[in-house]
Design a protein around this ligand. Structure first.
Ligand SMILES: Nc1ncnc2c1ncn2[C@@H]1O[C@H](COP(=O)(O)OP(=O)(O)O)[C@@H](O)[C@H]1O
Ligand SMILES: CC(=O)OP(=O)(O)O
Ligand SMILES: [Mg+2]
Length: 293
């Protein structure tokens, strides 16, 4: 199964496991242990409830950007990719392919996002519904649209606003950013265990590309696993040209840290061409038994 890149607020899209959109073959996210929820398996099978993952194009672009920049072949990459935009997700990459990713049945699972909560105890949905006499749909809307950085800060979903508010002394802005960075660090730790160590952490998305401050906070205290940023390289890497990549880790650090400015448009165009070529090829290939003259 593929890490998909379609917007999906309520899981309806996730139930259509083969929904449209550009998918990339190197980015297989297989059904199996990491994709499985510990639900009654008859229900899971009936409703195709599993972890699907999203942001496939973004993560694939980060892997390819890192591989190209460092002269590796993609299938040797063992890394953790962090797509930090309005929606945020992490992926564990083994042999250039995603073996786990933080978004699940819907894009609500995982990291703290601009307005989405990310991981929480599912019992909160029923509890809030009873206490607020609100429908489940209503609670889902709160989790998708009123939570995350916006809900935590009560100010904004945008990291730029929150950094500025923190500077002005707004404690809740600083707290929101702390929760955000803590969750990212937690996933890095989890994926290090999944991968048995990683050669690189790769940042992307609006926050990952532009905010040296957030990158520094995420990597703070991670020297134990080889993540050490070069302060100057990190500070100056805030406006990469689309499609380019830069190292921000200290020379000799045990793990690479890179920023990649994903060129999603080119990626989509390339994949579209590849799909069309494949479709054409199948079209031209005589079917068994039909025989060409
Ligand atoms: N210079 C910046 N400093 C800090 N955060 C930034 C900066 N520029 C963009 N961002 C963050 O990136 C987010 C948008 O990320 P982006 O990947 O462009 O969004 P989307 O997921 O909608 O494609 C903004 O909401 C903001 O939090
Ligand atoms: C998958 C998804 O919907 O994410 P985003 O909010 O980044 O578009
Ligand atoms: Mg984007």
């Amino acid at each position: 199964m593929f890490i998909r890149d379609q917007r999906c607020a309520d899981g309806a899209g996730a139930r259509d496991a083969h929904g449209g959109g550009v998918r990339d073959g190197v980015f297989l996210y297989d059904a199996g242990v990491p994709a499985t929820y510990a639900l009654p398996q008859d229900l899971a099978a009936q409703y195709r409830i599993r972890r699907y993952g999203f942001h496939g194009i973004a993560h694939a672009s980060l892997v390819h950007g890192y591989a190209t920049q460092t002269g590796r072949s993609v299938d040797t990459v063992r890394a953790i990719t962090l797509h930090l935009g309005n929606g945020c997700s992490a992926a564990a990459i083994q042999g250039g392919r995603s073996v786990d990713t933080s978004m699940g049945f819907t894009p609500l699972e995982g990291l703290v996002m601009g307005t989405r909560s990310g991981d929480l105890d599912p019992a909160i949905v029923g509890y809030l519904s009873r206490r607020e006499r609100a429908s489940v749909e209503q609670i889902e809307q709160w989790l998708n649209e009123r939570s995350g950085l916006l809900g935590l800060s009560g100010l904004s979903h945008d990291v730029r606003d929150l950094l500025a508010a923190e500077q002005r002394g707004e404690a809740r802005a600083g707290f929101a950013l702390e929760v955000f960075c803590y969750r990212v660090r937690k996933y890095i730790g989890a994926y290090l265990a999944v991968l048995g160590g990683a050669d690189a952490v790769v940042f992307g998305g609006g926050i990952g590309e532009h905010s040296a401050e957030i990158r520094a906070r995420v990597c703070d205290g991670m020297a134990w696993c080889g993540l050490v940023l070069d302060r100057d390289l990190n500070d100056k890497t805030v406006a990469l040209a689309s499609g380019s990549a830069a190292r921000i880790s200290r020379d000799g650090a045990k793990a690479d840290t890179y920023v990649v400015a994903a060129d999603e448009e080119t990626w989509i165009a390339r994949e579209t061409v590849r799909c069309l070529c494949e479709a054409n090829h199948h079209h031209d290939t005589p079917k068994p038994g039909k025989g060409a003259i």
